[in-house]
Design a protein around this ligand. Structure first.
Ligand SMILES: C[S@@+](CC[C@H](N)C(=O)[O-])C[C@H]1O[C@@H](n2cnc3c(N)ncnc32)[C@H](O)[C@@H]1O
Ligand code: SF4
Ligand code: SF4
Length: 300
């Protein structure tokens, strides 16, 4: 991370904590809900199968920038499926950097060629070892591993949503993150139980076991882009929600934290590690602050 970006984020953090401000700095922009996969745990893919037009995306990027957002995530559906007027996801990333976003990232299922060196980070979903990933995401594991191997840059972070199916494969994904070229780290979430996937949610005890395994892997040198100081809050679902520093924009509509904020009772069961980490950080949790500094400066 550039020193100037680091200083910008540090100033924002200090101001938010000391003045108890709730201004957003992290924005996710939904490019499409269309997807080439239909994963067992997902409740957002292919609902209307729309690809939003380039001008709309640009205008939403401008809206986010004017709100003070400086960290931008392009999201789907599948972001690499997005295309309009000869523009691709790569053009959007370049446009984002030109506009002044300090950190631009893309979240992907990894089934398309990864030629995106302009992105600060590619969050690439891998939901376990070959067997468990395939059970959730279809027969895509080998294709994804090939795409990682042939990627044009080393800005990939694996992204695993832990649920009832894959909870025993955390070690496999940590080892892959450690051993695979072009992969910098792995980041985890717990399954967030939308009404159609409640059966995949972990119990408190299962979450505790998963956090113990992640901590053990961290101790053994696995590159994990999460904060163990947030684990107790994730296990107990006791972190403050929603996270006021995060927003999502889709079709010009802005939601605080996630689009899931509309779903009654879901925030109390939220499994998104980043939401826990971010909301604890901006509430002034000192352990989270120190660990975030150390972890993010190491892997990003
Ligand atoms: C909705 S997908 C969109 C981006 C891309 N298609 C992908 O799969 O990475 C973004 C991330 O959310 C995760 N996800 C989907 N449903 C989830 C849920 N109910 N709880 C936690 N994570 C979930 C996916 O595994 C993926 O890592
Ligand atoms: S690839 Fe992503 S958007 Fe598509 S179904 Fe799977 S989790 Fe949902
Ligand atoms: S469930 Fe609530 S806290 Fe979690 S990401 Fe969605 S809006 Fe944020």
């Amino acid at each position: 991370m550039k020193l100037s970006s680091f200083l910008y984020f540090a100033r924002f953090g200090i101001r938010s904590v000391l003045l108890k401000k709730q201004e957003p700095i992290i924005g996710s922009l939904i490019l499409t809900d269309r997807c080439n996969l239909s994963c067992k745990h997902c409740s957002v893919g292919n609902k209307a199968s729309v690809i939003y037009p380039y001008e709309q995306i640009l205008s939403e990027m401008r809206i986010l920038y004017d709100m003070g957002i400086r960290v931008l995530f392009f999201y789907g559906g599948e972001a690499f499926l997005w295309r309009d007027k000869n523009k691709t996801i790569r053009d959007l990333v370049i446009e984002g950097k030109k506009m002044g976003f300090l950190f631009v990232s893309v979240v992907t299922n990894g089934t398309y060629k990864l030629d995106l060196l302009e992105a600060d980070l590619i969050l690439l979903s891998l939901d376990g070892n070959r067997k468990k990933h395939s059970e959730i995401r279809g027969n895509t594991f080998d294709l994804i591993m090939d795409n990682i191997k042939n990627a044009t840059s080393d800005n990939i972070c694996l992204y695993m949503a832990i649920n009832k199916i894959n909870k025993n494969t955390i070690r496999d994904v940590c080892n892959l993150a450690k051993e695979t070229d072009n992969v910098r780290a792995v980041s985890f979430n717990f399954h967030t139980p939308y009404s159609d996937t409640r059966e995949l949610a972990l119990t408190r005890e299962e979450k505790q076991e998963c956090c113990d395994v992640i901590a053990e892997m961290m101790d053994n040198g696995a590159p994990v882009l999460n904060l163990r100081s947030a684990f107790p809050y994730l296990v107990d679902n006791s972190f403050p929600t929603p996270c006021h520093q995060c927003v999502v924009i889709e079709r010009g509509e802005i939601s605080t934290c996630g689009r899931c904020i509309e779903i009654p009772g879901l925030c109390e069961q939220c499994g998104y590690f980043f939401v826990a980490e971010c909301s604890l950080l901006f509430k002034g949790n000192i352990r989270v602050m120190i660990e975030m500094l150390r972890t993010y400066l190491k892997y990003i």
